[in-house]
Write a protein that binds this ligand. Structure first.
Ligand SMILES: Cc1cc2nc3c(=O)[nH]c(=O)nc-3n(C[C@H](O)[C@H](O)[C@H](O)COP(=O)(O)O)c2cc1C
Length: 177
């Protein structure tokens, strides 16, 4: 199973358009896909205590634990991913262990393209995640209303899906040996 996690809390989110394109492409490849949107399924702030028992947190933890790979679509906020997805990782912690993680970012400008590196490092160093070394980083011209603007951004999403599935399938085969 592949999980697509949409992190933006904005109703008009552009990273959610990336997440949707990713989900649709995975479905067209007949992959089992689960969808988790932090806007429609809110999580409490991580308090290191009772928040771990929240039903939405438990549900997200199960999905991450069962996923062969996780696609994260996030806004760039203050040269980072948004706080909501950082909070989601704090809440779900070890469920991320050794997951393949692919990143899609929506940003306001072209200069923030390394914004996810701190987040990626934390997943890699805390949980030994394999970070797919290809990000989709998209600014305003990649979007037209509620859709991707053109074939170019669509093909970048599809390339990320291709590379991520390649890694996920290889890892699953290696573990089965
Ligand atoms: C609080 C805040 C901080 C932002 N910081 C950055 C930034 O550091 N770099 C950048 O390129 N865009 C930045 N932006 C623009 C967003 O990345 C852009 O609006 C993007 O579309 C947000 O993703 P979303 O549409 O999925 O919510 C920021 C926007 C907000 C609201």
């Amino acid at each position: 199973m592949i999980l697509v996690l949409s992190a933006s809390l904005n109703p008009g989110s552009r990273s959610r358009i990336l997440a949707t394109a990713c989900r649709e492409h995975l479905e067209s490849l007949h992959r089992e896909v689960m969808w988790f949107d932090l806007a429609s399924t809110p999580l409490p702030f991580c308090d290191g205590a009772a928040a771990y028992g929240d039903p939405n947190v438990v549900e997200l933890g199960k999905l991450i634990g069962a996923a062969d790979a996780v696609f994260i679509a996030s806004p760039v906020y203050n040269y980072d991913v948004n706080a909501a997805v950082k909070n989601a990782v704090e809440l779900t912690g070890k469920k991320w262990t050794e997951k393949i993680v692919a990143m899609m970012l929506a940003a306001g400008g072209t200069g923030s393209y390394m914004s996810a590196m701190g987040f990626a490092n934390s997943l890699m160093l805390d949980f030994r995640c394999l970070i797919v070394p290809r990000f989709v980083y998209a600014t305003g011209e990649s979007f037209e209303g509620n859709s991707l603007a053109d074939d170019e951004i669509q093909s970048r999403v599809e390339l990320l899906v291709h590379d991520t599935l390649h890694l996920a399938d290889a890892l699953r085969s290696a573990k089965a040996e």
